[in-house]
Design a protein around this ligand. Structure first.
Ligand code: SF4
Length: 407
């Protein structure tokens, strides 16, 4: 019988390897109780442990002094160190922090934490300080988009639910500890726009989403409306996500309104072309009532012509005018020596104005972190060179070749 599922990796899949160690965040409620029994702990300890993790954002059982020393030792086996931080890079006065982590098997993933509202927005903005974390769902990516540093790494492997959840916990802990300018605060938004194609690691991403949004102490209590899952266009998985009953935002990395251009930029388009993808996005909006974010990275003379803005408006509005979409224009994060170049400012503005003139809601995305290899996969690509050493901060990045450009 043929496989009903779509291919989730467009490049040579990696050889099977060991699974990440089991972590508390991988377990269902029933499995947590079983783990208590295995450790010789009464069931009520599961609630206590959940409170340390979900409410206090602590992943260090050795500090949980309401447990005996022996019990802390037992529980520590459920909290392996899944993310070993190699490096933090900061910019925007410390309001943007890009972190690189090494996983248990040596693979690398990145997160970017951004705080908004630190300047005059703080006094005039309606919501004050907001914090957004961009997380990775895979080590590398198998979708092979040629403008993307992560795509250049290929797919290494899927992350486990706990490896995703731990990215969120560590960022939320950093914010709670006042690690970013503006004082102690909390995490508001999580966007699955880091390394990897989230819908190609569907089960783990959904498990992570459910834990991140579960009320403490079971989870971290983030609003599902504050979560965004992006996709380069895995149409069947979009349909499946629409049925999950989760009000998460869907972001579609479109980058071109025509198949000829999109086939070049996003190879998965050859399997599910633009029309099918936008139909799926429209269905998602209808089923969930959530506005879909259409991501469009502007590349000089490739996809930034005003005629393409018109084409894009036609496609989106042709499916409905009730505000089911919002277009995010993304200035390409340019890397020296790359054949892919950011649009000229005037072309970017002309594209934006044409969309606005057509009544399309559009924003030019604030491209944070350009001076810290802010685009997805750039830092990991630099660290993936053979000069990499296991000790944080010991790599001579000047020896690494320039990573491929990405958005
Ligand atoms: S743009 Fe996204 S889907 Fe494409 S290769 Fe990069 S991480 Fe993967």
């Amino acid at each position: 019988m043929s496989d009903p599922n779509p291919p989730l990796c467009l490049v040579e899949p990696p050889p099977p390897r060991g699974k990440p160690p089991r972590h508390w965040a991988d377990l269902t409620a029933a499995e947590r109780l079983e783990a208590m029994a295995e450790a010789g702990l009464p069931a009520f300890r599961a609630k206590q442990i959940a409170a340390h993790y979900g409410h206090h954002l602590s992943g260090q059982p050795e500090t949980w002094t309401d447990l005996s020393l022996e019990h802390r030792r037992q529980v520590a086996r459920l909290f392996p160190d899944l993310l070993h931080k190699l490096e933090d890079r900061q910019c925007d006065g410390g309001a943007t922090v890009k972190s690189l982590y090494r996983l248990f098997d040596g693979e690398l993933v990145e997160t970017v934490l951004m705080r908004y509202g630190l300047t005059e927005e703080l006094t005039v903005g309606p919501r004050g300080l907001r914090s957004t974390l961009c997380v990775s769902s895979q080590a590398g990516c198998g979708m092979a988009c040629p403008f993307c540093a992560t795509g250049g790494l290929g797919l290494k492997r899927n992350l486990s639910p706990a490896e995703i959840v731990e990215q969120v916990r560590q960022a939320a802990r950093l914010l709670a500890d006042g690690g970013l300018p503006g004082g102690p605060g909390r995490l508001h938004n999580v966007v699955f726009m880091g390394m990897g194609e989230p819908l190609a690691n569907y089960r783990a991403v959904l498990a992570a989403v459910r834990l991140i949004t579960a009320a403490p102490p079971a989870g971290f209590g983030l609003s599902a409306r504050g979560l965004t899952i992006s996709t380069c266009g895995l149409v069947p998985a979009i349909g499946r996500l629409a049925q999950e009953g989760l009000p998460v935002t869907l972001a579609v990395s479109l980058h071109a309104p025509d198949d000829e251009t999109r086939d070049r930029l996003v190879p998965v388009n050859r399997r599910w072309p633009v029309a099918q993808l936008l139909d799926a996005a429209w269905d998602y909006a209808r089923v969930t009532g959530r506005r879909v974010s259409i991501e469009y990275a502007l590349m000089r003379d490739l996809n930034d012509q005003v005629a393409r803005a018109d084409h894009l408006a036609d496609l989106l509005q042709g499916r409905g005018h009730w505000g089911w979409f919002h277009v995010n224009l993304i200035p390409l994060n340019r890397v020296p020596g790359s054949p892919w170049t950011a649009s000229r400012r005037r072309d970017q503005e002309a594209f934006r104005r044409r969309l606005e003139g057509r009544g399309v809601p559009v924003t030019v995305r604030d491209s944070r972190g350009q001076e810290i290899d802010g685009a997805c996969g750039q830092l990991a690509a630099a660290w993936s060179q053979p000069v990499a050493d296991s000790t944080a901060g010991s790599v001579d990045l000047s020896a690494a070749p320039a990573p491929r450009p990405t958005v």
